[in-house]
Design a protein around this ligand. Structure first.
Ligand code: CMC
Length: 389
């Protein structure tokens, strides 16, 4: 058209206005609805921040109590849906189980998932926040061959999730407050990050008029890739490989710098942060605290710290402004909690759910929203006749 500009990866193009999250990548600042992430991390809880992201203001005590109560009442999955899990191999990646089970779950709620009915949107918000963690825990249980537990609605959001993942039918489960606090913190840190690939996917799918279930399942799939949420799993695999190979951290960093076989330092670099990711700072502190409190001495944490130090002093990383991102240290904590590596990105998805919902709702309420439809620059053949046969 002559007006189209080519912008691979949307590096320079804003697709929307948004009032949810502010990031200053040069200074390493992250705020949800104006509140600094460091303050939310210390003083708030996952559900309170979820409300803040979705509704724009912190909830009153009554609002938060009502929200929590409603979420607790919606945790049960339809019994028939449990059979969905039996059709999948136990080797299935939990992220594939998560997105497909969420989509499958939506078939039970087709009649009240209208994107333009505010009551339906509210109900769907509560249902998803209540049920996605249960689906996630069942994906975990399936992968380790253990029975699914029923949710225990006497427990808080995070404690219920821990019990669903680590409890079993044979013995009582005791919640460790160290794990519960650490998981709540990690979930808060993941709650939103403005127009990242998965949130943009949720908005793009939602812009077609698709319901919240369809939009969020698409977001989960976008999150699964190793350049996005899948990085937390990839970091632990990378650390494990460095440890097993015995090649040493410096040799590995050299291979990254020489771009040998396209190897990257996973958990480093970010499209927006050209400074230390403020979330990574908080995760790093928490990793040390959690391991100390649990009495775990994980050589992978030492390895990660050594890797970070070498990278931060190296010109390759300095020139490109590559710093640890949120995914660099999370895996060490998830591992200490007992989650298998393949569950890490699922935990990211549970954390990001409020952000996806908030963006989808913001988009639907914005009168300027149009169907998302990028341009292209055509580089194919000019017109040619179909061969005569
Ligand atoms: N290791 C080595 N080199 C890197 C890395 C890395 N992790 N990240 C970027 N670079 C290099 C890249 O090769 C390029 O170098 P050159 O100019 O010589 O070609 C330069 O830095 C600029 O990188 P880019 O690929 O143009 O940056 P981007 O904004 O397109 O990509 C990124 C951002 C996050 C995809 C990328 O940094 C990356 O692949 N990191 C590793 C994966 C990762 O940790 N992802 C999680 C991101 S944070 C949480 C989330 O979103 O899930």
């Amino acid at each position: 058209t002559g007006l189209t500009t080519l912008d691979y990866g949307f590096v320079n193009t804003a697709a929307t206005k948004s009032a949810i999250t502010y990031i200053d990548g040069d200074q390493g600042i992250l705020r949800y609805r104006g509140y600094p992430i460091e303050q939310l991390a210390k003083q708030s809880t996952f559900l309170e921040v979820a409300w803040l992201l979705i509704h724009g203001e912190l909830p009153t005590a009554d609002e938060l109590g009502g929200f929590d109560e409603k979420i607790r009442r919606h945790t049960l999955l339809h019994e028939d849906l449990k059979r969905f899990f039996s059709a999948l191999p136990h080797t299935a990646h939990p992220m594939a189980v998560l997105s497909s089970a969420l989509q499958a779950m939506s078939t039970y709620y087709e009649s009240d998932a209208n994107p333009h009915d505010p009551d339906h949107v509210e109900l769907t918000t509560v249902r998803m926040l209540a049920k996605l963690p249960v689906i996630a825990a069942y994906a975990h249980k399936k992968s380790v061959g253990q029975a699914f537990l029923y949710p225990d609605n006497s427990l808080s959001f995070v404690d219920n999730f821990l019990k669903l993942n680590f409890g079993n039918l044979a013995e009582p489960y005791e919640i460790d407050p160290v794990l519960s606090k650490a998981l709540d913190l990690l979930l808060i840190l993941h709650e939103d990050h403005e127009q990242n690939a998965s949130t943009s996917t949720v908005r793009l799918v939602g812009s077609t008029g698709a319901n919240l279930y369809a939009s969020v399942s698409a977001g989960i799939n976008a999150l699964s890739g190793p350049l996005h949420g899948g990085a937390n799993e990839a970091v632990l695999q990378m650390l494990g490989r460095i440890q097993e190979s015995g090649e040493g951290v410096q040799r590995f960093v050299d291979r990254v710098k020489n771009k040998e076989d396209g190897v990257k330092l996973m958990g480093f670099g970010h499209r927006v942060y050209k400074n230390y990711d403020p979330r990574a700072k908080l995760v790093k502190e928490s990793a040390g605290e959690v391991l100390r409190a649990l009495g775990i001495n994980d050589p992978l944490l030492d390895l990660a710290q050594e890797l970070e130090q070498i990278a931060l002093e190296d010109d390759y990383f300095k020139e490109r402004k590559l710093y640890p991102n949120v995914d660099f240290y999370t895996g060490v904590i998830y591992k200490a909690m007992g989650f298998p590596t393949r569950m890490f990105t699922v935990l990211f998805a549970i954390g990001r759910l409020p952000g996806w919902i908030a963006h989808w709702r913001e988009m639907n309420l914005d009168p300027q929203t149009k169907i998302g439809r990028p341009q292209q620059l055509y580089t194919g053949s000019p017109e040619r006749p179909f061969p005569t046969r």
